[in-house]
Ligand binder design. Structure first.
Ligand code: OGA
Ligand code: MN
Length: 195
């Protein structure tokens, strides 16, 4: 048997340190079209926890779950790309990822999401968190960074630049979304185990 050698930068980074950031997860044109489409969608205030209560002190984004049959052709292309990633993660890291749930998110100017973990306390099936950004020409001074805590004192700030994908283990990495001076669009998703 030959040992599997992975050349995929996502699985490489994820395997070595538990989180990954890559640019160009989807072609720029697809990202731009997804963003354009997202602006026309009817999103709803996102809730918190399993019971999905609305709490302005915790999060201020508006979301739409990407669930068939209402996913658009563009969203389908994006979900197909995530399906490729699921297969790669299962092949290279033997994670047994079973399904993917995701939503489009819009953070209006000033909205934030306080420091949190993505795994639910009871019944956690979320193994890997993914966030794909849809914002063109994002500048540092626009704010809206994802602050990813690497341990109790160090963190990384990642700008929500269109096409950038951030991936991390859902039960290990605390993170927060800083308020932005621009509307901020993303697709957040979770690879889940079978439960
Ligand atoms: C989330 C989340 C981060 C981001 O939706 O749980 O943490 O950068 N999103 O949008
Ligand atoms: Mn989160």
């Amino acid at each position: 048997m030959t040992e599997q050698i992975t050349t995929d930068p996502i699985t490489n980074q994820l395997a070595s340190r538990g989180w990954a950031v890559i640019e160009g997860f989807l072609p720029t044109t697809t990202v731009a079209k997804l963003a354009q489409e997202a602006r026309r969608l009817e999103l709803r205030r996102a809730g918190v926890g399993k019971s999905r209560l609305i709490n302005n002190e915790i999060r201020g984004d508006h979301i739409l779950w990407l669930e068939s049959p209402q996913v658009t052709e563009l969203q389908r292309a994006c979900l197909d790309r995530f399906e490729q990633l699921r297969l790669a993660l299962n092949r290279d890291m033997k994670l047994g990822l079973f399904e993917f749930e995701s939503h489009i998110a819009h953070y209006p100017v000033g909205a934030f999401y306080r420091k949190h973990l993505d795994s639910f306390q009871q019944e956690n099936r979320r193994i890997i968190s993914c966030i794909l950004y849809l914002n063109q020409s994002w500048k540092t001074e626009h704010g809206g960074q994802l602050r990813l805590y690497l341990n109790s004192k160090d963190y990384m700030d990642i700008s929500p630049q269109g096409g950038t994908l951030v991936v991390f283990f859902s039960d290990q990495f605390w993170h927060e979304v800083l308020p932005a001076k621009r509307d901020r669009f993303s697709i957040a998703g979770w690879f889940k185990n079978r439960g």
